[in-house]
Design a binder for this molecule. Sequence first.
Ligand SMILES: [Zn+2]
Length: 293
Amino acid sequence: MKTIDSLIRNTISNRNALKETERDRRILSIYEKYPDLRRIDSDISDIRRDTLMKLLDGEIGSEDYISSEERTLLEKRSKFIKDNCISADFDRVGVECEKCGDTGFIKKRGNIRTVCSCMKAELEKAYEEAGLGDFYSVKPSALDESQIKNSSNKRKTARERLDKVMADLLSGKDQSTIIYSDGSSTGKTFLAVCFTKIVINCGFSGAYIKTDDLMETTEDQLDDLRLCDFLVIDDFSGAQTKNYKVRYNLNRILETRILRNLFTLIVTCESPEEAVRDSDERIASKLSRLESI
Ligand SMILES: [Zn+2]
C-alpha cells in the first residue's frame, strides 16, 4: 500500500527534480546573455574552493569565513545583477506552493499536520490505496452528529470514542481494538470511512476492508493490514470466521495489532456476545477480551 507519506515524498522528489532542471536552464540562459556574470560566478566558485581547502587544512578556523576577495566579488555581482535588472533569485530553486513550502503538509497546532491542497490528487490516491475507492463521495466534513444525537443508536458514543482515538494517535499513545456493534443502517460504515480519511489526511497510514474480502488478501496486503496505524474491519459477523481463509487472516491481523497496540475497529451488526458466540474459538477468545461500543 502506498501511504500518503510515500505518495507525497514521491511527488516532492519529482517536483524538486523538475525545479532543479528549470533552475539550470534559467542559469544557462542568463549566462549566455551576460558572460561577465558567468565569469564573476566562476571566480567566486574558485575562491570558495580555495577557502574550503584552507578550512580542511586548518588554516582557517571558522566555516563562516569569507575572504576580502570573495566579499569584493559578491558586491560586484550584486551590483551587476541590479544594474542589468536580473532577478536576484535566478539561480535559486523556487517554491511552487507557498502554502506548504513544497513539503506537502500544512503544520497545525503542536505536531498536528494535514495534507496541503496542492496534494489533493495524492490524497485521493492514498484513500484508494487504503481500500476506500468505493467511498469517493464520502466527505469527513459532512460528519454532523447534531442531527442524530437523540436517536437510539450508538453513533454518538462511537463518534466520541473515535475522537479520542484520533487525539491519542496524534499524541502517540498506545491504541486498542474496539468492537463497534450497532443495528443496520445506523451510519457505522460512514463514520468508520470518515475517520479513516481523517487519519490519512493527518499523515498516518489507514486501511479499510470488509471482512468478506479477507478471503482473498495477498501477503503484501495482509502486511499492510497488520501494520497500518488505523484499521477498519467492516461488516463482521461471527459466522464468517468459520471460513478458513477469513479466520486465518483475521487471526494474524489481530494478533499483530493487539501486540503492537495499533488501533483496530471491528464493525458489526451483531451484539458483541453474538459475535463471540458465533465465532471460531481462536477469534472468539480474542473478541471476548475487547472493548465494545
Ligand atoms: Zn502545498
